[in-house]
Every structure is written in C-alpha cells, then in structure tokens.
Ligand binder design. Structure first.
Ligand code: SF4
Length: 363
C-alpha cells in the first residue's frame, strides 16, 4: 500500500474490526500515548466500532499539553525582556500560564512570532541581528533532532543571537513514571509512531518485561490503528506481552541512528517538568555544555514567580490517564476551544479539544 486512501480502505477496515470482535473476549484497557492517535481515533470514529469490553484511554503524548505552567511562565517572562523576539509553534501562544499567556504578552507589546520549525526561527534571527531570538523548543524525540540540526547550523553560520528554550521531553521515561505510579491499570499500549520512527521499538521492552503489558507501535491512519488494536487484542487474549510494530513502513526496531546521533550531539538527558506529573529525572533534554551559548535558560535572567494551575482544570489527571475531559466540570461550559482554560483544550492534539471537536460529550 502506497497511498493514504489505501490506509482508509473501508473493506479492509471492516475485516479488521470483525477480527477484533471475534478475538476480543475479555475486558481490555488500552492507552494511546500519543495525542495524534487520540485525534485519529476520534476523527475516524474508531472507538464506536470496537467491542464494548475494550476501553480506550488517552496518555500524555501532547507536547503542548505536557508543558508545565512553570515552563510556560518562563517563556512569557522571556518575552517581556527588551530586544527579545520569541518564536513558537502556534498552539503554545494560546495556552494560559499562571498569570498570562504568550498571546496576552503579545497584545501588551512583546514581539512573539508563530513559526512552523526551529529553522524558521533561525531565519528570523539571521534577519534581526540586533535582537535576541528565542525558540520555544517543545516536543518529543520526533522534533528534537530537527532542533539539534538548527543549532548546529546556527553555530556553523555564526548566528549568535539565536537561542532555544529547551522544553523537549522523552517518551520512554515518562511511560516508566506513569506505570510506576500505578494509578491506571493497563492491558495494552499503542506506542507512538512518530517518536518510534526515531527511537525504534526497543526502548519499550521494559513495559512487557516489567509490567506484563502488551505494546504495539502504530501509524496514524485508520487501518494502522485498527491493525495495532487487533495485534494488542491478540497478545492480550493469548497471554503474550511483547513489543510489536504495526507501522513497519515507518519504524524499525533500532530506530533512526543518524537522527539519534544528531540529537545526542547537541542535547544531553536532563530532568523535565511535566504538567500533572511534576519534575521527572532523565525525561527531558538540555543543551550540552558546548552549546550553552544557544541555551535561553542559561543566558537570560528572569524571575517568573511561583506557578499555579487554572482553578478547576484537570488537564494533569487527564494526561495521566486517570480522568477524561468528561470528568471536568468546565468542559463544554466555561472551557471551549474559543475560550480555553487549559492546554488540553488549546492544542489540536489535546484530549479536551478532541472530545469537543469530534463530539464525544456524552460518554
Ligand atoms: Fe482543563 Fe478545559 Fe480540559 Fe477542563 S476541559 S481539563 S478546564 S482544558
């Protein structure tokens, strides 16, 4: 199969759905780690096609959503410094921090620009040599190699006014943390396709080994996800716990070595602050010592003050899989995509926005 339509073929989808129904006999709780999977599952109405004994839960794989209020407050404080241009992916601009948002800061005079890549931010730095241009670096292992490449380019081209606030996060360590917390019982995990294209499938081996949970890496088209669920159900029903790949056109067990080497040449593993989870050791990326001249965290003096979450917002427990948006009293009332209270309603991959946009308001 080569084209997107082939991964949406209704006849093949029906065959997979029938097989899942035939195979599935026992209750199974499956978590999709990635926000992209949550959106695809809702958008294509896949949950309604599954047997009622299969329960789907959303995980913490939305980069905007997991960025903590404290880190967002740092970005806002940086935007308020003189001669600074903040560059950020669009969704981040609208997320409310403890006191303000990047959008509000922009309305009050800060120079904040939406970019689609770190490379765009580097161009802005090159065009504005008298300003400090800071890129707000969010995302998982998927985006970090491209940011690393941009930092190497800045070094090579001697662009000395380009900085990155590295809020990058790592997938396997947070999975480990969530499972160790033991708040949610899971039978299977839909592992993220894009992250796995970089890191491979091997880093998930601790999940079946230590927790007896089935793992299958999935792509993002309906047939990818249905095949993944079918493979998870097959493992669960036959008592196996393994890491398998249902996305062979994108993922190899060993991952993408050049991308990993690129990431490792610029970044080193550090702690990271996750919304709803807190500071988790070895779950983030910071710039290596040799690249500190590009590190916004090390080069600017800010004091954003103590952070706090929006009253009534339960994004934190949604990201841990403990709650769903329907558990939030603000959902669909005072919190909507037009007036979001928390990041899960802002981000296009956020659970609350997905429930809102695709109509699951009455589970
Ligand atoms: Fe937060 Fe709004 Fe989601 Fe409630 S509905 S958890 S307030 S983002």
């Amino acid at each position: 199969m080569k084209y997107v339509e082939e991964f949406r073929n209704p006849e093949l989808a029906k065959k997979l759905i029938d097989r899942i129904h035939r195979r599935s006999t026992r209750p199974a709780r499956l978590m999709e780690f990635c926000g992209g999977h949550t959106v695809a599952i809702f958008k294509h109405g896949l949950r309604q096609l599954l047997p009622p004994n299969i329960q789907m839960l959303s995980g913490p794989g939305c980069p905007v959503c997991v960025t903590s209020s404290a880190d967002l407050d740092r970005a806002i404080a940086l935007s308020q410094l003189p001669n600074v241009i903040i560059t950020s992916f669009g969704d981040m601009i609208r997320v409310p921090g403890s006191y303000s948002s990047l959008r509000q800061a922009r309305a009050e005079g800060s120079d904040i620009r939406i970019v689609y890549s770190a490379q765009d931010a580097l161009y802005i730095a090159s065009d504005n040599p008298d300003k400090s241009v800071i890129f707000i670096g969010i995302g998982f292992e998927t985006t970090a190699p491209t940011v690393a490449a941009t930092i190497l380019q800045a070094e090579q081209e001697r662009i000395n006014n380009f900085y990155v606030l590295s809020l990058h996060k790592l997938c396997p360590p947070i999975m480990k943390t969530l499972l160790a917390l033991g708040e949610v019982r899971l039978d299977g995990i839909i592992c993220p396709g894009h992250v796995s294209a970089i890191i491979g499938s091997r880093p998930y081996q601790f999940i079946p080994d230590n927790y007896d949970i089935a793992c299958v890496v999935s792509g993002f088209e309906p047939l990818d996800i249905l095949l993944c669920i079918d493979m998870l159900v097959n493992q669960i029903e036959t008592g196996r716990h393994e890491v398998e790949i249902a996305y062979r056109r994108g993922v190899k067990p060993e991952g993408n070595q050049p991308a990993l080497e690129l990431m490792g040449s610029v970044f080193e593993v550090s702690e990271a602050d996750w919304r709803g989870i807190g500071v988790v050791p070895t779950s983030g990326l910071m710039l290596k010592k040799g690249y500190r001249q590009f590190d916004a965290g090390a080069n600017f003096d800010i004091n954003p003050g103590p952070s706090h979450e929006a009253k009534g917002c339960i994004c934190g427990s949604i990201l841990r899989g403990v709650s769903t948006p329907l558990d939030c009293k603000l959902f669909h009332n005072s919190c909507t995509p037009e007036h979001p209270v928390g990041p899960c309603m802002v981000s296009s991959e956020g659970s609350c926005a997905t429930y809102y946009n695709y109509g699951d308001t009455d589970e």
